[in-house]
Design a protein around this ligand. Structure first.
Ligand code: GLN
Length: 456
Protein backbone atom coordinates (compact mmCIF):
# COMPACT_ATOMS: atom_id res chain seq x y z
CA UNK A 1 0.00 0.00 0.00
CA UNK A 2 2.80 2.38 0.91
CA UNK A 3 4.53 1.69 -2.43
CA UNK A 4 1.32 2.45 -4.32
CA UNK A 5 0.94 5.82 -2.63
CA UNK A 6 4.62 6.64 -3.14
CA UNK A 7 4.23 5.85 -6.85
CA UNK A 8 1.26 8.18 -7.03
CA UNK A 9 3.21 10.93 -5.27
CA UNK A 10 6.15 10.46 -7.66
CA UNK A 11 3.82 10.67 -10.65
CA UNK A 12 1.59 13.59 -9.63
CA UNK A 13 3.05 15.73 -6.88
CA UNK A 14 5.38 17.81 -9.05
CA UNK A 15 2.22 19.20 -10.63
CA UNK A 16 0.10 19.44 -7.47
CA UNK A 17 2.62 20.47 -4.81
CA UNK A 18 1.02 18.74 -1.82
CA UNK A 19 4.11 17.61 0.03
CA UNK A 20 7.05 19.43 1.58
CA UNK A 21 8.89 16.31 2.62
CA UNK A 22 8.69 12.68 1.47
CA UNK A 23 11.29 10.05 2.33
CA UNK A 24 10.34 6.97 0.26
CA UNK A 25 13.11 4.82 1.69
CA UNK A 26 12.14 5.51 5.30
CA UNK A 27 8.46 4.91 4.53
CA UNK A 28 9.15 1.58 2.80
CA UNK A 29 11.47 0.47 5.56
CA UNK A 30 8.81 1.21 8.12
CA UNK A 31 6.13 -0.58 6.06
CA UNK A 32 8.40 -3.63 5.76
CA UNK A 33 9.00 -3.64 9.51
CA UNK A 34 5.24 -3.61 10.15
CA UNK A 35 4.79 -6.44 7.63
CA UNK A 36 7.54 -8.33 9.43
CA UNK A 37 5.92 -7.81 12.82
CA UNK A 38 2.77 -9.40 11.48
CA UNK A 39 0.43 -6.68 12.79
CA UNK A 40 -0.52 -5.38 9.32
CA UNK A 41 -4.25 -5.62 8.80
CA UNK A 42 -5.13 -5.23 12.47
CA UNK A 43 -6.54 -1.82 13.35
CA UNK A 44 -4.69 0.83 11.37
CA UNK A 45 -1.44 -1.13 11.15
CA UNK A 46 0.34 -0.71 7.83
CA UNK A 47 -1.91 2.12 6.61
CA UNK A 48 -0.01 5.18 5.42
CA UNK A 49 -0.86 8.67 6.64
CA UNK A 50 0.26 12.19 5.71
CA UNK A 51 0.84 14.84 8.38
CA UNK A 52 0.50 18.58 7.98
CA UNK A 53 3.95 20.08 8.46
CA UNK A 54 2.85 21.87 11.63
CA UNK A 55 2.97 18.50 13.44
CA UNK A 56 6.37 17.95 15.01
CA UNK A 57 7.99 14.64 13.97
CA UNK A 58 11.12 13.23 15.57
CA UNK A 59 14.08 13.37 13.19
CA UNK A 60 11.86 14.37 10.27
CA UNK A 61 12.10 17.95 8.94
CA UNK A 62 9.26 20.13 10.21
CA UNK A 63 8.89 23.71 8.92
CA UNK A 64 5.28 24.83 9.55
CA UNK A 65 5.55 26.20 6.01
CA UNK A 66 8.12 28.80 7.12
CA UNK A 67 11.69 29.58 6.09
CA UNK A 68 12.46 30.35 9.70
CA UNK A 69 12.29 26.61 10.48
CA UNK A 70 14.22 25.55 7.36
CA UNK A 71 16.46 22.64 8.25
CA UNK A 72 14.97 22.00 11.70
CA UNK A 73 14.65 18.37 12.72
CA UNK A 74 12.60 18.10 15.91
CA UNK A 75 14.00 15.96 18.72
CA UNK A 76 10.56 14.56 19.65
CA UNK A 77 7.16 13.52 18.31
CA UNK A 78 3.92 15.43 18.77
CA UNK A 79 1.36 13.33 20.65
CA UNK A 80 -0.68 13.06 17.43
CA UNK A 81 2.38 11.69 15.59
CA UNK A 82 3.32 9.40 18.48
CA UNK A 83 -0.18 7.92 18.65
CA UNK A 84 -0.23 7.26 14.91
CA UNK A 85 3.20 5.64 15.23
CA UNK A 86 1.98 3.50 18.13
CA UNK A 87 -0.96 2.42 15.95
CA UNK A 88 1.65 1.13 13.44
CA UNK A 89 0.71 3.53 10.66
CA UNK A 90 3.33 4.55 8.10
CA UNK A 91 4.32 8.21 7.77
CA UNK A 92 4.08 9.02 4.03
CA UNK A 93 5.27 12.58 4.31
CA UNK A 94 4.72 16.11 5.61
CA UNK A 95 2.24 18.27 3.74
CA UNK A 96 2.37 21.86 2.58
CA UNK A 97 0.53 24.60 4.46
CA UNK A 98 0.21 28.35 4.83
CA UNK A 99 3.14 29.63 6.87
CA UNK A 100 2.37 28.94 10.56
CA UNK A 101 -1.17 27.96 9.44
CA UNK A 102 -2.02 31.60 8.66
CA UNK A 103 -4.10 31.62 5.54
CA UNK A 104 -7.02 30.11 3.65
CA UNK A 105 -5.43 29.05 0.35
CA UNK A 106 -1.96 27.59 1.13
CA UNK A 107 -0.55 30.43 -1.00
CA UNK A 108 1.21 31.79 2.12
CA UNK A 109 3.55 28.78 2.18
CA UNK A 110 7.17 29.90 1.98
CA UNK A 111 7.96 26.83 -0.13
CA UNK A 112 5.52 26.01 -2.92
CA UNK A 113 2.11 26.48 -4.45
CA UNK A 114 -0.42 23.67 -3.93
CA UNK A 115 -3.08 23.16 -6.57
CA UNK A 116 -6.63 21.86 -6.25
CA UNK A 117 -6.84 18.42 -7.93
CA UNK A 118 -10.38 19.26 -9.12
CA UNK A 119 -9.01 22.22 -11.09
CA UNK A 120 -5.29 23.01 -10.95
CA UNK A 121 -5.91 26.73 -11.53
CA UNK A 122 -7.80 26.87 -8.21
CA UNK A 123 -6.63 26.87 -4.60
CA UNK A 124 -6.96 23.69 -2.48
CA UNK A 125 -8.09 25.70 0.56
CA UNK A 126 -5.93 26.41 3.56
CA UNK A 127 -4.14 26.35 5.71
CA UNK A 128 -4.16 22.52 5.49
CA UNK A 129 -4.17 22.65 1.66
CA UNK A 130 -1.29 20.19 1.24
CA UNK A 131 -3.25 17.61 3.21
CA UNK A 132 -6.48 18.25 1.31
CA UNK A 133 -4.84 18.09 -2.13
CA UNK A 134 -2.88 14.94 -1.22
CA UNK A 135 -5.98 13.05 -0.10
CA UNK A 136 -8.22 14.37 -2.89
CA UNK A 137 -5.64 13.32 -5.51
CA UNK A 138 -5.11 9.85 -4.07
CA UNK A 139 -1.58 10.66 -2.86
CA UNK A 140 -2.54 9.65 0.70
CA UNK A 141 -5.52 7.65 1.95
CA UNK A 142 -6.09 10.26 4.66
CA UNK A 143 -4.23 13.01 6.45
CA UNK A 144 -3.97 15.06 9.60
CA UNK A 145 -4.77 18.76 9.41
CA UNK A 146 -5.04 21.46 12.03
CA UNK A 147 -7.86 23.94 12.44
CA UNK A 148 -7.56 27.27 14.24
CA UNK A 149 -10.30 29.11 12.36
CA UNK A 150 -11.32 26.60 9.72
CA UNK A 151 -8.13 25.12 8.31
CA UNK A 152 -9.39 21.52 8.33
CA UNK A 153 -13.01 22.16 7.34
CA UNK A 154 -12.46 24.77 4.61
CA UNK A 155 -9.84 22.83 2.58
CA UNK A 156 -11.89 19.63 3.04
CA UNK A 157 -14.97 21.40 1.67
CA UNK A 158 -13.08 22.84 -1.31
CA UNK A 159 -11.60 19.48 -2.34
CA UNK A 160 -14.60 17.22 -1.73
CA UNK A 161 -13.36 15.60 1.50
CA UNK A 162 -14.64 15.03 5.00
CA UNK A 163 -12.80 17.17 7.58
CA UNK A 164 -13.51 17.38 11.30
CA UNK A 165 -12.41 19.95 13.88
CA UNK A 166 -12.68 18.17 17.23
CA UNK A 167 -13.95 19.75 20.45
CA UNK A 168 -11.20 22.06 21.73
CA UNK A 169 -9.08 20.11 24.20
CA UNK A 170 -10.09 16.66 22.97
CA UNK A 171 -7.04 16.11 20.73
CA UNK A 172 -3.64 16.89 22.19
CA UNK A 173 -1.84 20.06 21.09
CA UNK A 174 1.48 18.78 22.42
CA UNK A 175 3.95 19.12 19.56
CA UNK A 176 1.72 21.15 17.24
CA UNK A 177 3.65 24.31 16.39
CA UNK A 178 1.45 26.87 18.12
CA UNK A 179 -0.44 29.53 16.18
CA UNK A 180 -3.30 30.54 18.47
CA UNK A 181 -3.25 28.26 21.49
CA UNK A 182 -6.83 28.83 22.64
CA UNK A 183 -8.12 27.79 19.19
CA UNK A 184 -5.68 25.26 17.65
CA UNK A 185 -6.94 21.68 17.21
CA UNK A 186 -5.67 18.80 15.09
CA UNK A 187 -8.13 16.55 13.31
CA UNK A 188 -8.75 14.12 10.46
CA UNK A 189 -9.18 14.77 6.73
CA UNK A 190 -10.44 11.76 4.78
CA UNK A 191 -12.50 10.57 1.84
CA UNK A 192 -15.33 9.11 3.94
CA UNK A 193 -16.96 9.90 7.27
CA UNK A 194 -16.03 6.47 8.63
CA UNK A 195 -12.37 6.95 7.69
CA UNK A 196 -12.35 10.34 9.43
CA UNK A 197 -13.88 8.77 12.55
CA UNK A 198 -11.28 5.98 12.63
CA UNK A 199 -8.39 8.41 12.23
CA UNK A 200 -9.88 10.69 14.90
CA UNK A 201 -10.19 7.79 17.35
CA UNK A 202 -6.50 7.00 16.80
CA UNK A 203 -5.30 10.52 17.74
CA UNK A 204 -7.88 11.66 20.31
CA UNK A 205 -8.19 11.40 24.06
CA UNK A 206 -6.61 12.83 27.16
CA UNK A 207 -2.92 13.75 27.17
CA UNK A 208 -1.17 14.87 30.36
CA UNK A 209 1.42 16.68 28.16
CA UNK A 210 -1.18 19.25 27.07
CA UNK A 211 -2.43 21.44 29.93
CA UNK A 212 -5.71 22.17 28.09
CA UNK A 213 -6.40 18.52 27.33
CA UNK A 214 -9.83 17.41 28.57
CA UNK A 215 -9.72 14.46 30.94
CA UNK A 216 -12.88 12.77 29.68
CA UNK A 217 -13.49 9.54 27.80
CA UNK A 218 -13.44 9.80 24.00
CA UNK A 219 -16.90 9.51 22.45
CA UNK A 220 -17.22 6.42 20.26
CA UNK A 221 -17.01 7.81 16.74
CA UNK A 222 -16.68 5.03 14.17
CA UNK A 223 -19.70 3.26 15.63
CA UNK A 224 -21.73 6.49 15.28
CA UNK A 225 -20.58 6.91 11.69
CA UNK A 226 -21.77 3.38 10.93
CA UNK A 227 -25.10 4.00 12.65
CA UNK A 228 -25.52 7.32 10.84
CA UNK A 229 -24.98 5.64 7.49
CA UNK A 230 -28.23 3.73 8.02
CA UNK A 231 -29.94 7.03 7.28
CA UNK A 232 -32.51 7.17 10.07
CA UNK A 233 -32.54 10.62 11.64
CA UNK A 234 -35.96 10.50 13.30
CA UNK A 235 -35.97 12.53 16.49
CA UNK A 236 -32.94 14.61 15.47
CA UNK A 237 -33.43 18.38 15.66
CA UNK A 238 -31.41 20.37 13.12
CA UNK A 239 -30.98 24.15 13.30
CA UNK A 240 -30.04 26.09 10.16
CA UNK A 241 -28.02 29.15 11.22
CA UNK A 242 -29.66 32.26 9.80
CA UNK A 243 -26.53 34.40 10.08
CA UNK A 244 -24.50 31.97 7.94
CA UNK A 245 -26.11 32.27 4.51
CA UNK A 246 -29.76 32.52 5.62
CA UNK A 247 -32.28 35.20 4.74
CA UNK A 248 -30.73 38.66 4.90
CA UNK A 249 -27.25 37.16 5.30
CA UNK A 250 -26.37 36.02 1.79
CA UNK A 251 -23.82 38.72 0.92
CA UNK A 252 -20.66 37.06 -0.37
CA UNK A 253 -22.30 33.62 -0.67
CA UNK A 254 -22.50 31.96 -4.07
CA UNK A 255 -25.95 30.81 -5.23
CA UNK A 256 -24.59 27.36 -6.10
CA UNK A 257 -23.26 26.88 -2.57
CA UNK A 258 -26.55 27.93 -0.98
CA UNK A 259 -28.50 25.66 -3.35
CA UNK A 260 -26.40 22.56 -2.51
CA UNK A 261 -26.69 23.29 1.22
CA UNK A 262 -30.47 23.69 0.96
CA UNK A 263 -30.65 20.34 -0.84
CA UNK A 264 -28.58 18.69 1.91
CA UNK A 265 -30.88 20.13 4.57
CA UNK A 266 -33.92 18.82 2.66
CA UNK A 267 -32.24 15.41 2.58
CA UNK A 268 -31.80 15.48 6.36
CA UNK A 269 -35.48 16.27 6.67
CA UNK A 270 -36.40 13.40 4.36
CA UNK A 271 -34.50 11.07 6.71
CA UNK A 272 -36.67 12.09 9.62
CA UNK A 273 -34.88 15.13 11.05
CA UNK A 274 -36.90 18.07 12.28
CA UNK A 275 -35.46 21.24 10.72
CA UNK A 276 -35.86 24.83 11.94
CA UNK A 277 -34.03 28.12 11.57
CA UNK A 278 -31.92 29.31 14.49
CA UNK A 279 -30.62 32.85 14.91
CA UNK A 280 -27.13 33.41 16.34
CA UNK A 281 -26.71 37.22 16.17
CA UNK A 282 -23.16 37.35 17.53
CA UNK A 283 -21.89 35.17 14.66
CA UNK A 284 -21.87 38.37 12.56
CA UNK A 285 -18.93 39.53 14.70
CA UNK A 286 -16.93 36.29 14.58
CA UNK A 287 -14.62 37.46 11.79
CA UNK A 288 -13.34 40.68 13.42
CA UNK A 289 -13.12 38.97 16.83
CA UNK A 290 -11.10 36.06 15.43
CA UNK A 291 -8.76 38.35 13.50
CA UNK A 292 -7.90 40.10 16.77
CA UNK A 293 -7.65 37.06 19.04
CA UNK A 294 -5.69 34.78 16.69
CA UNK A 295 -3.03 37.39 15.77
CA UNK A 296 -2.74 38.44 19.44
CA UNK A 297 -1.94 34.90 20.52
CA UNK A 298 0.30 34.41 17.48
CA UNK A 299 2.35 37.51 18.28
CA UNK A 300 3.21 35.93 21.61
CA UNK A 301 3.67 32.35 20.35
CA UNK A 302 5.95 33.37 17.50
CA UNK A 303 8.37 35.25 19.75
CA UNK A 304 10.18 31.93 20.27
CA UNK A 305 11.49 32.07 16.68
CA UNK A 306 14.46 34.27 17.41
CA UNK A 307 17.27 32.77 15.34
CA UNK A 308 18.80 31.24 18.46
CA UNK A 309 16.69 28.24 19.32
CA UNK A 310 15.55 26.77 15.98
CA UNK A 311 16.33 26.60 12.27
CA UNK A 312 17.37 29.73 10.42
CA UNK A 313 19.93 32.21 11.81
CA UNK A 314 20.86 35.28 9.75
CA UNK A 315 23.82 37.65 10.20
CA UNK A 316 25.68 35.76 12.94
CA UNK A 317 29.11 36.74 11.59
CA UNK A 318 30.77 37.86 14.81
CA UNK A 319 30.22 41.57 14.04
CA UNK A 320 26.61 41.89 15.11
CA UNK A 321 25.02 41.83 18.53
CA UNK A 322 22.19 39.50 19.52
CA UNK A 323 19.37 41.97 18.83
CA UNK A 324 20.58 42.55 15.29
CA UNK A 325 20.83 38.82 14.58
CA UNK A 326 17.31 38.29 15.95
CA UNK A 327 15.90 41.17 13.91
CA UNK A 328 17.60 40.04 10.69
CA UNK A 329 16.51 36.44 11.21
CA UNK A 330 12.89 37.43 11.78
CA UNK A 331 12.92 39.91 8.91
CA UNK A 332 14.15 37.29 6.45
CA UNK A 333 12.59 34.21 8.03
CA UNK A 334 8.94 35.34 8.24
CA UNK A 335 6.69 35.98 5.24
CA UNK A 336 4.40 38.98 4.74
CA UNK A 337 1.24 37.50 6.27
CA UNK A 338 3.07 36.31 9.39
CA UNK A 339 4.57 39.77 9.87
CA UNK A 340 1.13 41.34 9.37
CA UNK A 341 -0.30 39.11 12.13
CA UNK A 342 2.57 39.81 14.53
CA UNK A 343 2.15 43.55 14.02
CA UNK A 344 -1.65 43.37 14.37
CA UNK A 345 -1.44 41.18 17.46
CA UNK A 346 1.27 43.22 19.16
CA UNK A 347 -0.79 46.35 18.58
CA UNK A 348 -4.02 44.79 19.87
CA UNK A 349 -2.28 43.67 23.06
CA UNK A 350 -0.40 46.90 23.72
CA UNK A 351 -1.25 48.95 26.76
CA UNK A 352 -3.83 51.60 25.95
CA UNK A 353 -5.38 49.50 23.17
CA UNK A 354 -5.79 46.18 24.95
CA UNK A 355 -9.31 46.83 26.26
CA UNK A 356 -10.48 48.45 23.03
CA UNK A 357 -9.39 45.54 20.81
CA UNK A 358 -8.42 42.31 22.55
CA UNK A 359 -10.84 42.91 25.44
CA UNK A 360 -13.75 43.62 23.10
CA UNK A 361 -12.94 40.57 20.99
CA UNK A 362 -13.00 38.38 24.10
CA UNK A 363 -16.44 39.73 24.98
CA UNK A 364 -17.67 38.88 21.48
CA UNK A 365 -16.22 35.40 21.97
CA UNK A 366 -18.39 34.98 25.06
CA UNK A 367 -21.47 36.17 23.15
CA UNK A 368 -20.78 33.61 20.42
CA UNK A 369 -20.56 30.84 23.01
CA UNK A 370 -23.87 32.01 24.46
CA UNK A 371 -25.49 31.89 21.00
CA UNK A 372 -24.32 28.29 20.69
CA UNK A 373 -25.65 27.39 24.16
CA UNK A 374 -29.02 28.96 23.37
CA UNK A 375 -29.12 27.20 20.00
CA UNK A 376 -28.22 23.81 21.46
CA UNK A 377 -30.96 24.19 24.06
CA UNK A 378 -33.40 23.85 21.14
CA UNK A 379 -31.64 21.68 18.55
CA UNK A 380 -29.12 18.81 18.49
CA UNK A 381 -26.91 20.17 15.70
CA UNK A 382 -26.49 23.46 13.86
CA UNK A 383 -25.74 23.47 10.14
CA UNK A 384 -24.44 25.98 7.59
CA UNK A 385 -22.34 26.08 4.45
CA UNK A 386 -18.69 25.35 5.30
CA UNK A 387 -17.52 28.13 2.97
CA UNK A 388 -19.33 30.99 1.24
CA UNK A 389 -17.83 30.09 -2.17
CA UNK A 390 -16.28 27.18 -4.02
CA UNK A 391 -12.48 27.06 -4.48
CA UNK A 392 -11.35 30.41 -5.90
CA UNK A 393 -8.67 30.92 -8.59
CA UNK A 394 -5.00 30.88 -7.55
CA UNK A 395 -3.73 34.41 -7.06
CA UNK A 396 -7.18 36.00 -6.89
CA UNK A 397 -7.03 36.99 -3.20
CA UNK A 398 -3.33 37.07 -2.32
CA UNK A 399 -3.14 40.86 -2.50
CA UNK A 400 -6.36 41.38 -0.55
CA UNK A 401 -6.02 39.97 2.98
CA UNK A 402 -9.57 40.90 3.94
CA UNK A 403 -11.00 38.98 0.96
CA UNK A 404 -8.83 36.03 2.03
CA UNK A 405 -10.13 36.28 5.62
CA UNK A 406 -13.72 36.20 4.30
CA UNK A 407 -13.19 32.55 3.27
CA UNK A 408 -13.45 31.70 7.01
CA UNK A 409 -16.82 33.39 7.58
CA UNK A 410 -18.68 30.15 8.38
CA UNK A 411 -15.98 28.22 10.22
CA UNK A 412 -14.94 30.85 12.79
CA UNK A 413 -17.89 30.67 15.24
CA UNK A 414 -17.27 26.98 16.13
CA UNK A 415 -13.56 27.73 16.55
CA UNK A 416 -14.17 30.63 18.93
CA UNK A 417 -16.63 28.58 21.01
CA UNK A 418 -14.45 25.43 20.99
CA UNK A 419 -17.31 23.24 19.76
CA UNK A 420 -16.84 20.38 17.28
CA UNK A 421 -17.69 20.85 13.60
CA UNK A 422 -17.43 18.63 10.54
CA UNK A 423 -17.53 19.41 6.85
CA UNK A 424 -19.10 16.79 4.60
CA UNK A 425 -19.38 16.97 0.79
CA UNK A 426 -22.87 17.91 -0.45
CA UNK A 427 -22.50 18.13 -4.22
CA UNK A 428 -20.88 20.33 -6.84
CA UNK A 429 -21.34 23.87 -8.05
CA UNK A 430 -19.71 24.76 -11.37
CA UNK A 431 -17.97 21.39 -11.20
CA UNK A 432 -16.34 22.19 -7.84
CA UNK A 433 -17.10 20.63 -4.45
CA UNK A 434 -19.38 22.23 -1.84
CA UNK A 435 -19.31 21.32 1.87
CA UNK A 436 -22.02 21.28 4.52
CA UNK A 437 -20.86 22.16 8.03
CA UNK A 438 -22.44 20.34 11.00
CA UNK A 439 -21.73 21.78 14.46
CA UNK A 440 -22.50 20.09 17.79
CA UNK A 441 -22.13 20.89 21.51
CA UNK A 442 -18.71 20.43 23.13
CA UNK A 443 -17.75 16.75 23.45
CA UNK A 444 -20.64 15.67 21.18
CA UNK A 445 -18.30 15.03 18.23
CA UNK A 446 -20.15 11.74 17.70
CA UNK A 447 -23.23 13.69 16.61
CA UNK A 448 -21.23 15.41 13.84
CA UNK A 449 -20.12 12.03 12.52
CA UNK A 450 -23.57 10.50 12.77
CA UNK A 451 -25.32 13.24 10.81
CA UNK A 452 -22.50 13.55 8.27
CA UNK A 453 -22.60 9.79 7.61
CA UNK A 454 -26.32 9.97 6.92
CA UNK A 455 -25.62 12.40 4.07
CA UNK A 456 -22.89 10.31 2.42
N1 GLN B 1 -7.70 31.14 7.62
C1 GLN B 1 -7.63 31.36 9.02
C2 GLN B 1 -6.40 32.19 9.34
O1 GLN B 1 -5.73 32.55 8.45
C3 GLN B 1 -7.65 30.06 9.76
C4 GLN B 1 -6.36 29.36 9.73
C5 GLN B 1 -6.36 28.08 10.50
O2 GLN B 1 -7.40 27.56 10.87
N2 GLN B 1 -5.17 27.63 10.80
O3 GLN B 1 -6.11 32.47 10.45
Amino acid sequence: ITQAYLDRIAADDDALGSYLHVDPEAALERAAAIDGAGTAGTGLAGIPVALKDVVVTEGVPTTSGSKILDGWKPPYDATVAARLKAADTVLLGKTNMDEFAMGSSTENSAYRVTRNPWNPERIPGGSSGGSSAAVAAGMAPWAIGTDTGGSIRQPAALTGLVGHKPTYGSVSRYGLIAFSSSLDQAGPMARTVLDAALLHEAIGGHDPLDSTSIDAPMPVLAECARRGAEGDLSGLKVGVVRELGGEGHTDGYEDGVLARVAEAVALLESMGAEVREVSCPAFDLALPAYYLIAPSEASSNLSRFDGVRYGLRVGDDGNRDLDEVMALTREQGFGAEVKRRIILGTYALSSGYYEAYYGQAQKVRTLISRDFSAGFADVDVLVSPTTPTVAFPLGSRVDDPVAMYAADLCTLPASLAGVPAISVPCGLSDGLPVGLQIMAPALADDRCYQVAAALE
